[in-house]
Design a protein around this ligand. Structure first.
Ligand code: UD1
Ligand code: CA
Length: 461
């Protein structure tokens, strides 16, 4: 049996510099939490059961976002430093041997290729460990790498403990290491708290290994972007931007036109078919799937929804948790709130809101309407100002309208209500009783015209 590659992701800290109630690794960049990004990279190089996430701050929430990934968890009850966090895995991993990769939950840009290269380097060498480093123009905040004459790593000095001369070293500790498991677990208990922060610094392991006669190698990578760690909101925004740029570039390579790509926000998991066009400032989020030949208008917002091929979403339209069939036309200024299914070729126009509604193929609601908890038949026309009164103050009720019906403007449909296929509702009606198929329903006061009334009134004055 091959010796295993275990990956440990340290994610127990609060992240004081974020000034947040939420644990740092639960903040999102590019539409995924930081810890999810790191887990995705880890499970690209080793099976999920070989990945251990060290949790502590808001452990329950961190475990919840990773529940479907199949990774394991170790708990660090008190956050006493990165060295202490790794110690929490010793009992579970020490007997397995092989290699232990350690990475931090706040470094979400790391690619599987770089992580694989680290493992390959370490696997092919007789060093105790290999760590990833890079040169930064501004290394402030990172640990600095102290190299010996032979190019091997002698020590890592943390920002707070470094001398002015060490602070000028541009080589930084990325926080990504690959250890020989036997040596890591043998020496980890020698890490102490003799530093300004009184924490167990994992970085001290390098000096400890050197003292015991073992060597630590540095793998310098030129793409420093991949190694950025997030400690502040400003760094979170910078990393988010990198993810957004990557995503639009990927989509453009796949044949999607993106107008003013620097303005759009498209989440990690979103899929968009070729020859679709995304307008400026569109936000396409969550697990949204968009088909080919669609047009997503400027400033539209689409979240966790499925939009089939050839759909036109006009500008300023909101679509959430809904599904739109081919060739439909939605917006501008329309809102599919949740649980909406729009049939093929249907038209939903400006200031129309739908919620929990099946809207039939070829049906139309072109202006100013609210359709909630409703079923609208194929090719039915909903006039401007139509409202389904779905809520009686206590409960929600359904409205069912058959196919090819014509609902006149300003109709008030008091649910529960059934309106038969092919029927007509006169404009301005309040409908409280079922309407049979092919009937005309009128629910409004009859108009009266009093001849000469105005002239008489004027004479009285
Ligand atoms: C750390 C490194 C530094 C490196 C930098 C790279 C140490 C001592 N320093 O500093 O050399 O340049 O990362 O980004 O390791 N964590 C725990 N338990 C704890 C403390 C931290 O799980 O008790 C986790 C945090 O949730 C975080 C990660 O470890 O995901 C790193 O912690 P952080 O405090 O951000 O370390 P840095 O100060 O950035
Ligand atoms: Ca950090």
């Amino acid at each position: 049996m091959n010796a295993p590659i275990n990956v440990v992701i340290l994610a127990a800290g609060l992240g004081t510099r974020m000034k947040s109630k939420r644990a740092k690794v639960l903040h999102s960049a590019g539409g995924l939490t930081l810890v999810e990004h790191v887990v995705q990279t880890a499970i690209a190089i080793t099976p999920p059961e070989n990945v251990t996430v060290v949790v502590g701050t808001q452990a329950e929430q961190v475990e919840a976002v990773l529940a479907h990934s199949g990774v394991r968890f170790a708990e660090q009850k008190e956050q006493k430093g990165t060295g202490h966090a790794l110690m929490m895995c010793r009992d579970a991993l020490a007997s397995q041997g092989g290699l232990v990769v350690v990475t931090y939950g706040d470094g979400p840009l790391l690619s599987p290729a770089t992580l694989r290269e680290l493992v390959n380097r370490q696997g092919a060498s007789d060093h105790a460990a290999t760590l990833i480093t890079t040169r930064l123009h501004d290394p402030t905040g990172y640990g600095r790498i102290i190299l010996g004459k032979d190019g091997e790593v002698q020590a890592i000095v943390e920002q707070k403990a470094a001398t002015p001369q060490q602070l000028s070293i541009p080589l930084i500790n990325s926080g990504i290491y690959c250890f020989r498991a036997d040596l890591l677990w043998k020496y980890i208990s020698e890490i102490g708290t003799n530093n300004p922060a009184h924490e167990y610094y994992l970085t001290d392991i390098v000096e400890i290994l050197n003292r015991a006669g073992h060597k630590v190698a540095a793998l310098e990578v030129s793409d420093s972007q991949e190694l950025l760690g997030i400690n502040t909101r400003a760094e979170l925004a910078a990393v988010d931007k990198i993810f957004r740029d990557r995503k639009v570039r990927e989509l453009m390579i796949e044949g999607v036109t993106i107008e003013k790509p620097e303005t759009v926000t498209i989440d990690y998991a979103v899929r968009i078919g070729a020859d679709s066009i995304v307008g400026p400032f569109a936000q396409i989020l969550g697990k949204t799937e968009i088909g080919e030949d669609c047009r997503i208008g400027a400033c539209s917002f689409i979240e966790n929804s499925k939009v089939a091929a050839g759909v036109y979403v006009a500008p300023f339209t909101l679509i959430a948790d809904s599904q739109v069939e081919p060739g439909a036309h939605i917006g501008p200024f329309a809102r599919l709130r949740a649980g909406v299914h729009v049939g093929a070729g249907a038209h939903i126009g400006n200031f129309v809101e739908l919620k929990n509604t099946q809207f039939g193929a070829g049906a139309k609601a072109n202006h100013l309407a609210y359709l909630g908890d409703a079923e609208i038949g194929d090719r039915t026309n909903i006039g401007a100002g139509t409202i389904t009164c779905n809520y009686d103050g206590l409960k929600k009720h359904r409205t069912r309208i058959g196919k090819e019906a014509f609902v006149g403007s300003n109709s008030t449909l008091v649910a529960p209500i059934e309106i038969g296929e092919g029927s007509y509702i006169g404009a301005g009606s309040v409908i409280t009783h079922p309407v049979p198929a092919e009937a005309l329903a009128l629910g409004r006061a009859r108009q009266v015209a009093k001849e000469g009334w105005a002239a008489k009134r004027k004479k009285k004055k």
